[in-house]
Design a protein. Sequence first.
Length: 184
Amino acid sequence: MLGASLARRYARALFDLAREAGQVEEVGEALDRVLQTLAERRDLRALWEHQEVSARVKRSLVEEVLAAEAPALVRNFLSVLVTRRRERWLEAIRGEYERLADEALGRVEVEVRSAVPPTADVLGALEDRLGRRLGKQVRFRVRVEPELMGGLVVRVGDVLYDGSVRTRLARMRERLARAGAPPS
């Protein structure tokens, strides 16, 4: 719980500064690039996460590699995290920052799970329907899960729409069992 609370406080502070500077999108994108670099480069991630590496070395890492192209606001923020030994919370802070940005910009993140990658037409139709229903701009996070067998599972916040073949087959199996048919 302490980590979530800490992430919210840092994300709120960064978001407020980014909004004042008119850089909400740029800051979010820069944080994404930093996290992407850390995910791709295990050597950098090891330096970033190791508690014995000095703050000076980590600030140099921020300035020269991780956030060299990022807005000054992001570089300064990362330096504050390093100085206060909070760098391990960067991913949680990014997630909370994204939630604040979505809320402020009238966006909603929608998780779409499908057995195969959904086509642009399917996502476009889904975006139109959900956008109208929710009155917000829709941003998708797509995951491919072959075990769904077909169809889509869509999560918007706490609401789940399950149109997967796997679920339909399970419901059919339940109805047949209630009707007295022998299970297959």
